[in-house]
Design a protein around this ligand. Structure first.
Ligand code: SF4
Length: 300
C-alpha cells in the first residue's frame, strides 16, 4: 500500500503529501480524557490498509497521492513549525485516514514535535504490527483506536482485515502505559448484537482496564454502505450495557438532549461537562485530579 521499490529500498509514495490539516478540538479525535477542551493540530494523508464499507473519509482513504489533487507537500520541520504557531495547541494528531500508511513520515514528525515539547496522538484502526508500534511508542502520548466490532467475521467481510491484530495493538498500547481511548462505530444489524457487544466490553475491562474510555459512535450511511443510521435508542441501550463493565462510556456523532459529561469514577462528582465541542473542566484541579476526591481523571 502506497509503497514502491526503487531497486534498493521500499519508498513510501505518500511521504510528506498532506491531504488535510486543521486545528481541531481534541474531543473530535475522539479523546475525552486527554487535555479536555484543548485544540490539536491534525494532519492526514491518503490511503488506508483497511477497506471499510462505511468509511466516512473514503475520498482520502481509498485513493493514492497521485489521484488526490489538493495534496500539498510539507517537510516534517515545517509541520512542527505550523503546530507551534498557536500557543494553545497541545500537539499533533495523525488522523483523517490511517496514519500507519505514512509511518515513516509520522515517525519523523513525532520525534521532532516531541523534542519541541508537543504531544503526539495517533488516531488509528490499530491494524499495525507491534514492531512499528514500538518504534512510535517513545514519541506517541495518546492513541485513539477503533475497535470496529468484536468478531473476525465482521472484520473480514466489512473491513477486509482481521480483529486479532487490533486486539494485540490495544493490549500493547495499554502495557506501554500510553493514554488510550477506544471507539466503536455502532452499525445496525452488523455489530449491535447485545451478547457480542457485552463480550467486547468485558474484554476491554479485563484486558485494558475498566477506566478505559469507550466512545459509542453513531454510524450514518456513506461510501458503500446504505444501511440507515444508528437509532439513538440503540446507542442508549448499548451504553447501558457498557457501563456495567466500564466507568467512562460516551455516545458520539449525534447531538444528545443532555451533555456527555464525565463523572469521576471514584466519587461520581461531575468533573468534565460537554455540550457539543464546548468543554468545561471545572471539576478538575491543575494536575487533572477530581477536586472532590483527588482521583486522577485526565491530564489538563
Ligand atoms: S480504517 Fe478508517 S480510514 Fe481506513 S477505510 Fe476504515 S474507516 Fe476508512
Amino acid at each position: 500500500m502506497s509503497r514502491y521499490h526503487n531497486g534498493h529500498a521500499l519508498i513510501a509514495e505518500n511521504y510528506g503529501k498532506v491531504s488535510a490539516l486543521h486545528f481541531d478540538p481534541v474531543e473530535k479525535k475522539p479523546l475525552y480524557h486527554f487535555y479536555p477542551g484543548r485544540i490539536i493540530f491534525s494532519i492526514g494523508s491518503t490511503g488506508c490498509n483497511l477497506h471499510c464499507q462505511f468509511c466516512q473519509n473514503s475520498e482520502i482513504s481509498q485513493t493514492s497521492p497521485e489521484d488526490f489533487y489538493p495534496a500539498q507537500e510539507y517537510a516534517p520541520r515545517d509541520l512542527v513549525s505550523l503546530a507551534l504557531q498557536r500557543k494553545e495547541n497541545i500537539g499533533i494528531a495523525y488522523t483523517y485516514n490511517e496514519p500507519a500508511v505514512w509511518f515513516e513520515y509520522m515517525l519523523d514528525i513525532a520525534s521532532l514535535s516531541s523534542a519541541a515539547g508537543l504531544k503526539n496522538v495517533m488516531v488509528t484502526n490499530g491494524f499495525i504490527n507491534t514492531a512499528p508500534l514500538d518504534q512510535l511508542m517513545p514519541f506517541m502520548d495518546a492513541y485513539s483506536v477503533d475497535l470496529k466490532a468484536f468478531t473476525e467475521d465482521f472484520y473480514r467481510r466489512i473491513t477486509k482485515a482481521k480483529l486479532e491484530p487490533v486486539k494485540e495493538s490495544l493490549r500493547h498500547i495499554r502495557r506501554a502505559g500510553r493514554h488510550l481511548e477506544v471507539t466503536n462505530l455502532v452499525i445496525p444489524g452488523l455489530n449491535d448484537d447485545d451478547g457480542t457487544f457485552e463480550d467486547m466490553c468485558r474484554w476491554i475491562a479485563g484486558e485494558l482496564g475498566p477506566e478505559t474510555v469507550l466512545h459509542l459512535s453513531r454510524y450514518f450511511p456513506t461510501y458503500k454502505m446504505s444501511i440507515p443510521g444508528t437509532p439513538l435508542m440503540t446507542l442508549i441501550r448499548l451504553h447501558e450495557l457498557a457501563v456495567k463493565y466500564l466507568d467512562y462510556v460516551f455516545i458520539g456523532n449525534i447531538t444528545l438532549p443532555e451533555g456527555n459529561d464525565t463523572l469521576c469514577r471514584n466519587c461520581k462528582h461531575l468533573v468534565i461537562s460537554r455540550k457539543g465541542y464546548l468543554t468545561n473542566v471545572e471539576g478538575l484541579d491543575n494536575e487533572g485530579r477530581c477536586k472532590n476526591c483527588g482521583n486522577f481523571v485526565a491530564p489538563v
